[in-house]
Design a protein around this ligand. Structure first.
Ligand code: ATP
Ligand code: MG
Length: 602
């Protein structure tokens, strides 16, 4: 491609609305153009990158025996009503764009395709002989994200590869899941990315069956906790660890103490001269279930620890059935105004005890009359602890479970693991932290959708069973941008060769020099013929401008037909390190062809 014929516009300055380097660079270098909030045009250079990423993804998927298809983006509401997700997706999380057609039928724009694929499986899979089966597609997804940002990283319209597998049993699912783990690792490696596979939250449907593939970058929205020995890595949402040991309590007898002005753990510990590890902290939450019922929650956790709200949300979702609900709509720490909406009397906030009485709640149709009480492991082990006295300005010390406080029925891990904690698999390993961009997520779904939608098959014994499912997603457009986030310098983008829009650029420093043009034209043709995807900068611009642009757009190899051509040579510059060398015109095609081959070999 000749730059003189290309839509090629680069910006000198950083665009005002871009925050992270990759977003700025893709805008400046003319790869993308913002059309609306979270909506971008992929310009020709970007489209080439996306196609390269897609091709790598496709090759790795096909190698596992999965088959490509294309599913509709317009999805009838009934399918989502059958799975039970219509309300959560259109109202609660509100992530799905929905519309009504001229026949007054409701439709959603596909944010994901479990419902569509499960309908197909329900209609077409009859027997165990058809299993296992894995279909995937690459297509635009629509999500009305609350905070679209960082360009392609979190768009409202973006490209995803999503695949869905169907199995007769868990064992078969696990095998495909393992194959996907390998395929995803291959994809990211071949795209030239540094990444980490981490244990991920699977929501309330649980199981250990979910892995995220994180591209490591400081601007990543996710935090990853991992150990040096390489044996443990998890998203902080999911991570588990051993907390620091609690100090021995200085209080040996149970007593109520006046502790004025100690409504925070810090003030309390200063006042009582004790460690936060001896305090049972009682955190109040409020959740609304999908049937509209508000339920108040008291979480007991050690004073030095924090609640992991993803774990909390999963626990509360598990309890939904008890309240005649399916899922939760929201979870928050209630403000005093919100509390005033359901409290019968003023709550002793900052002085609450684990046994705070249910009579604080004004029971109604909308509000459950009892607290859900959840006890974190860290407090269950405490002896002679300090906690609130349910009275403003008072705490109790020297308390014990099974004495002053009823032994809890449900002890769970609801704590946020943090950097420096000891690892469960080996307590000599401590957790380290890194930031990551979630590029892919593989997931063992089990029978959630097949059961809800009645997708069954007949097994060898002639019995009808629900299909066991897995799903696997790669954010193709997010992945492409994350490559830039991981690889750039002050001059611009440094694409990994495997996904660069072009491998090489031939730059003519002086467009008035016929000999320079002749050599450049010849190399341009020969390089392309040899399979080296090459641009020709034949614009009537100063050499300095051309070099700057070539650096900005990040093409791996630059060939300059400057003064050296008089000695039968061209100057070749590697973008990654600006390493420059003169190479004979007769050899340069073969040498660059070889470099590209080495850099893209899988
Ligand atoms: P996130 O937690 O970042 O919102 P998700 O859990 O919603 O991601 P999935 O539903 O598992 O993501 O989608 C599969 C992949 O699609 C993700 O791993 C990510 O790479 C990509 N993806 C998800 N949402 C977006 C978005 N708004 N913009 C671009 N890519 C996205
Ligand atoms: Mg999301």
């Amino acid at each position: 491609m000749r730059l003189s014929q290309k839509l090629f516009v680069t910006l000198r300055d950083d665009p005002a609305d871009a925050e992270i380097p990759s977003h700025k660079l893709l805008l400046r270098a003319g790869y993308i153009r913002r059309i609306g909030s979270g909506v971008y045009a992929y310009l020709p250079l970007m489209w080439r990158v996306l196609q390269k990423v897609s091709q790598i993804v496709r090759e790795e998927m096909n190698a596992t025996g999965a088959e490509e298809c294309l599913l509709p983006q317009l999805q009838p509401a009934e399918l989502w009503q059958e799975s039970g997700r219509w309300d959560t997706y259109t109202k609660a999380e509100g992530i799905m764009f929905s519309l009504v057609d001229r026949r007054e039928q409701q439709l959603g724009l596909g944010p994901t395709h479990e419902e569509v694929i499960t309908t197909i499986a329900r209609d077409m899979i009859r027997s165990y002989r058809q299993l296992p089966l894995h279909l995937y597609q690459m297509q635009t997804k629509f999500r009305d994200e609350i905070r679209p940002r960082f360009g392609l990283m979190r768009g409202r319209e973006f490209i995803m590869k999503d695949g869905y597998s169907f199995h007769a049993d868990e064992e078969s699912l696990k095998k495909t899941y393992q194959d996907m783990y390998t395929a995803y690792s291959n994809m990211l490696r071949r795209c030239g990315l540094a990444f980490r596979a981490v244990e991920a939250d699977s929501g309330a449907i649980g199981g250990s069956g979910s892995t995220e593939f994180m591209v490591l970058a400081d601007a990543g929205e996710d935090e990853v906790l991992y150990t040096q020995d390489g044996k443990y890595a998890a998203n902080v949402e999911k991570a588990v660890s051993l907390p620091p040991d609690a100090e021995v309590s200085p209080f040996t007898t149970f007593e109520k103490r006046e502790t004025p002005g100690t409504d925070t753990i810090e003030k309390l510990c200063n006042f009582l001269k004790c460690s936060p590890t001896q305090v049972v902290k009682n955190v109040l939450y409020q959740t609304v279930y999908d049937n509209g019922l508000t339920v108040l929650v008291v979480v007991n956790i050690r004073g030095d620890q924090e609640v992991n709200e993803v774990k909390l949300q999963n626990e509360l979702t598990k309890l939904a059935g008890q309240f005649g609900a399916k899922t939760i709509l929201s979870l928050s720490v209630p403000t005093s105004e919100v509390i005033a909406g359901w409290a019968t009397k003023s709550l002793p906030l900052g002085y609450i005890a684990p046994d705070i009485n249910d009579d604080y709640i004004a029971e109604s149709k909308q509000v459950n009359g009892k607290f859900i009480r959840l006890v974190d492991k860290t407090v269950f082990e405490l002896k002679n602890f300090v906690t609130g006295a349910n009275e403003r300005g008072f705490h109790v010390v020297g308390a014990n479970w099974g004495e002053q406080f009823k032994l809890p029925e449900l002890v769970i891990d609801i704590r946020k693991a943090k950097v420096g904690d000891r690892s469960l698999h080996d307590s000599s390993q401590t957790l380290e932290t890194a930031r990551g961009i979630e590029a892919g997520h593989i997931f063992q779904l089990g029978t959630k959708y097949s059961q809800a939608m009645g997708a069954t098959y007949t097994n060898e014994q002639g019995e009808e069973k629900p299909l066991v499912m897995g799903c696997y997603g790669v954010g193709v457009s997010r992945l492409a941008q994350s490559a830039v986030e991981q690889s750039y310098d002050k001059d611009g983008i440094i694409w990994p060769v495997a996904i660069a829009p072009y491998h090489a650029i031939v730059t003519i420093p002086n467009i008035k020099d016929a000999q320079q043009i002749e050599v450049a034209e010849k190399l341009y043709t020969e390089l392309n013929k040899a399979g080296v995807e090459t641009l020709l900068d034949d614009r009537d611009e100063r050499a300095g401008v051309k070099f700057k642009d070539a650096d900005l757009i990040g093409i791996p190899f630059r060939i300059v037909t400057g003064r050296a051509i008089n000695n039968g040579k061209v100057e070749v510059v590697k973008r990654a390190n600006h390493e420059t060398q003169e190479i004979a015109i007769t050899e340069v095609v073969n040498i660059i062809k070889q470099w590209v081959k080495e850099a893209t070999e899988s």
